[in-house]
Design a protein around this ligand. Structure first.
Ligand code: ADP
Ligand code: MG
Ligand code: MG
Length: 874
């Protein structure tokens, strides 16, 4: 079996076998770029190594020796030759990039004899510089000796000479450093440093294979969802030297600016340096544009190679290079990582440059990444000063009062306060507090801590691991050095940068760059799936429209019931003991609701607006029973107002009557419409009166009345008749004819199962996948996310949180069935989705596949949905 390839035997599309690095080195070799020769040990060999109990597969060693002889012929040097030694680097390279999995070993092949040969061929300082680097890297990477131990020895020499830079040390010092390094290795490993280059090479290969399963690599794969069984390749490459003098150097560069996407080389280099010196931050590197002056020929060559690589790969590249005595070598190229902003700009520019097609451009941008561009951020014109900095765990900026406790956050949040939840770390017990907060700040935990993961899932700003803040829960404050921030003080956080600021900072809404708009326009040309938004206010509707929404897929009328000036009237309506009393309260609500609908319908002129009738159980509008009881006791004890006491007692009775064992499955949705038809009638009237008014004003509107939580066709039939009657009445009263439709949410499995019957009474379906997920799994979301769902995901019982990523296997199967059954009755039944999944890329792709007409998501996610819908089509 062939385990070893020469660079010229490989190609870019052999990444799975040769690893990303190796495949690209092979490709560059074959298009004639100056790449030092080398060979690649395949990922297959690595996989067999593991099957084989961590032993090399038979034949591997012989193949390596054979191919090393080819490298010797090519270079005219011999591995281990004391006179003119061949030196190589040993580099790992997985099929997908895994930065930091394993460090590279440079200058392999040096020993006490060959270093003398190298010294004679070049100079002594250089030879021992290479040797001490090799001993350090080999010691660290292959023998597992802490890097710091080598570093301390080197530091001692630099201190003695009072110099700060490695290359200021004279050759003699480096020789002594080498001697000390060898002694260190002997002390640490109990054997002397291996002098045989072949033995060094096989030890290094062994270390690379092993590194596939070190802790860092395993964690990295877990976070990035990379399969564990890919294995890594090993690249063995002839060394070129950037540390031979001042006509040498090494650097890295992107072919375009990875932050902004601007079309100019972006990178850094160091003169007289090797390998990782540039990123190690020992010396301050120069920017690539300086190379133009310093080595104009090399720069020209490099610029033209960059252009060639971009044209060849048709993507922005991240390139490593080394200059040896004025000659340029390319050591690596790969697709460059970039910010969302750069991704959009580069994709659009490359279409204009004729490099890629519009479809490719649309596929180049990760919809989820766009999130970065669609959050509120700090006004760049404002001057803000951070008091502390943590990890940028979830993008966006937010201001609010500091609260340390999740229950308190929930309470204040419900009162409409803007708050920032501040905790050392969060647990599933804090979810309700995170829901209520504008943003989250933690002093401990990384990018994958609970707070970070939950906040990202909810699209809330989060700064975590901000160790500069010391929280004192008892005192209700946190400190940053001498600064004390108390509960209730206002702070701001920026989850895109990790900054924490005192007080409120001016925030601005995201704006779409011209390139972004152009890309979205291409997406619109490609996609067939419609994109609507969920919006409850005219402002949100207008925002959604500006982001390209083609209608409103869900307006929740209960949000309008919660407004402080309306809640007392809503309570009156609920507490009414007679139909007349109830009607009186409803009459007061009618003009208010009419105003709401007028605003939203008008903002969406010419586009459909789905309005859902009252959905939540009524007790959500009433005060909390325990709090009421406490107040009553207090009134009793203090001998407070008799009248007030009696009223409160009445209220408590009613609250207790309305209390439900399981509100999620209780008296809500259309069940309210069945028992209190006058409520739905009022809402229908408000919708149609607003419609008539707008039609009279010459505004084109398309209201879609939606009945929630239907599970049986007779529920829908009854309520549809009610709505139709109100419409007829309003038309008669106003003398205005208008269009409207009546449909239902599909959020109970029974509705999906009987969709053929339900379709008889529905003009449209809309999947309420939040509830449909709850009812299909039998999970209550709050309990599931708070208590056990994370373990389900951790133990791989479920691949993802099904409330974030649609469960295609179960919930999706119901949806598919429902679409087929519904359209069996009505071939052009309009079907959409309005759950949170409507803004999640993989779920959108599924919606496209099963033939939905549109997805509906929050206004800020509309651009993401437009792009994802286009990608589903390509
Ligand atoms: P990473 O994957 O961490 O970037 P690399 O294998 O690319 O590790 O190597 C680390 C550094 O060593 C890079 O700067 C690279 O350019 C340099 N390097 C690797 N092989 C050679 C070589 N044969 N000659 C000179 N420098 C090399
Ligand atoms: Mg590299
Ligand atoms: Mg619902």
């Amino acid at each position: 079996k062939k385990y070893v390839y020469l660079f010229e035997e490989g190609r870019a599309d052999m990444k799975n076998l040769l690893g990303g690095k190796g495949a690209n080195l092979a490709e560059m070799t074959n298009i004639g770029l100056p790449v030092p020769p080398g060979l690649i040990i395949t990922t297959e060999a690595c996989k067999e190594f593991y099957v084989n109990d961590r032993r090399f597969p038979p034949g591997l060693e012989e193949q390596v020796r054979e191919k090393m002889r080819v490298l010797e012929e090519k270079t005219g040097k011999r591995f281990g030759d004391p006179a003119n030694p061949l030196l190589v680097s040993v580099r790992s390279g997985a099929p997908v990039s895994m930065p930091g999995m394993m460090d590279t070993v440079l200058n392999l092949g040096l020993n006490d004899e060959t270093v003398e040969g190298l010294s004679r061929a070049a100079n002594r300082r250089f030879a021992f510089d290479c040797y001490r680097r090799f001993l350090n890297m080999f010691g660290d990477v292959v023998l597992g000796i802490e890097h710091a131990k080598f570093e301390r020895i080197l530091e001692r020499y630099k201190e003695r000479r009072r110099v700060t830079l490695d290359q200021e040390l004279p050759a003699g010092d480096l020789e002594q450093v080498v001697a000390e390094y060898r002694a260190l290795i002997e002390r640490e490993t109990g054997r002397s440093f291996p002098q045989d280059p072949m033995e060094q090479l096989f030890m290094a290969i062994y270390a690379v294979f092993n590194s596939w399963n070190n802790d860092r690599a395993i964690v990295y794969r877990k976070i990035n969802k990379i399969p564990d069984d890919l294995g890594t390749a090993v690249n063995i490459q002839v060394m070129v030297f950037g540390n031979l003098g001042d006509d040498c150097g090494t650097g890295v560069a992107f072919t375009r600016d990875p932050a902004t996407g601007a079309r100019e080389l972006y990178g850094e280099y160091l003169i007289n340096a090797q390998g990782e010196d540039v990123v190690a931050g020992i010396r301050t590197p120069r920017t690539i544009s300086d190379l133009k002056e310093e080595m104009p020929d090399v720069y020209q060559q490099f610029a033209s190679i960059c252009e060639r690589l971009e044209k060849h790969y048709r993507n922005m590249q991240d390139i490593e290079f080394t200059i040896e005595r004025g000659k340029l070598y390319i050591l690596q190229t790969r697709t460059g990582k970039r910010t969302a902003q750069a991704a959009v700009k580069i994709a659009v520019d490359m279409v204009h440059e004729g490099l890629i097609s519009k479809e490719e451009a649309v596929m180049r941008v990760e919809p989820a990444q766009l999130d970065q561009l669609l959050h509120r951020r700090i006004d760049p014109r404002a001057s803000v000063k951070a008091i502390a900095k943590g990890l940028p765990a979830s993008p966006g900026a937010a201001s609010g009062k500091v609260v340390f406790d999740a229950d308190e956050a929930e309470m204040l949040g419900n009162q409409g306060e803007k708050i920032i939840l501040v905790r050392t770390e969060t647990t599933p017990d804090d979810i309700h507090g995170i829901v209520a907060a504008q943003g989250v700040l933690t002093s401990r935990g990384g990018m994958t801590s609970h707070a970070a993961v939950v906040a990202r899932g909810m699209g809330k700003p989060c700064v975590c691991g901000c160790e500069a803040i010391r929280i004192d829960y008892e005192a209700g404050e946190f400190r940053v050095n001498d600064l004390v921030v108390k509960k209730g003080d206002v702070i701001s956080i920026d989850g895109s940068t990790g900054q924490v600021m005192l007080g409120e900072v001016p925030l601005i809404d995201p704006e779409l760059s011209p390139e972004f708009l152009e890309l979205l326009q291409w997406a619109d040309e490609i996609r067939t799936l419609g994109v609507r938004a969920n919006a409850d206010t005219p402002e949100d509707a207008a925002k959604a429209r500006a982001f390209g929404a083609e209608g409103i897929g869900l307006t929740r009328t209960e949000h309008m019931f919660m407004a402080p000036d309306r809640l007392p009237i809503v309570q009156e309506m609920i507490l009414a003991t007679t139909t007349q009393e109830r009607q009186a309260a409803l009459n007061k609500l009618l003009p208010m609701q009419q105003g709401d609908f007028y605003g939203i319908l008008k903002a969406m002129e010419g586009l459909p607006v789905t309005i859902r009738l009252l959905d939540p159980p009524l007790h959500e509008f009433l005060p909390n029973a325990e709090e009421l009881a406490v107040e009553i006791t207090r009134l009793r004890l203090t001998g407070g107002d008799e009248e007030e006491l009696r009223k409160k007692e009445e209220l408590l009775k009613k609250v207790r009557v309305l209390a439900e064992f399981n509100p999620m499955l209780g008296h809500r949705g259309c069940r309210l419409g069945i028992t209190f038809p006058e409520v739905y009638a009022m809402q229908a009237r408000a919708i149609f009166q607003a419609t008539a008014q707008l039609v009279k004003e010459g505004v084109k509107v398309f209201p879609e009345v939606e009945i929630p939580l239907v599970g049986e066709v007779r529920e829908l039939a009854l309520l549809r008749r009610l709505v139709d009657e109100v419409a007829e009445q309003v038309m008669k009263e106003t003398g205005v004819e208008f269009e409207y439709s009546v449909g239902t949410m599909i959020e109970i499995p029974r509705a999906a199962l009987l969709a053929d019957e339900i379709a008889r009474e529905a003009d449209f379906f809309s999947f309420g996948t939040n509830d449909l997920t709850q009812t299909t799994f039998g999970f209550s979301r709050d309990d599931a996310e708070g208590k056990f769902l994370h373990e389900y995901v951790e133990k791989k019982i479920l691949p993802e949180n099904p409330f974030i990523v649609l469960d295609q296997a179960g919930v999706g199967k119901l949806m598919k069935m429902c679409v087929a059954l519904g359209r069996q009755t009505k071939p052009d039944l309009v079907i959409g989705i309005c759950g949170e999944h409507g803004g999640e890329p993989s779920s959108i792709e599924f919606c496209h596949r099963i033939g939905l007409n549109y997805v509906s998501c929050s206004p800020f996610r509309v651009p993401i949905a437009r792009l994802a819908a286009a990608q589903a089509r390509v």
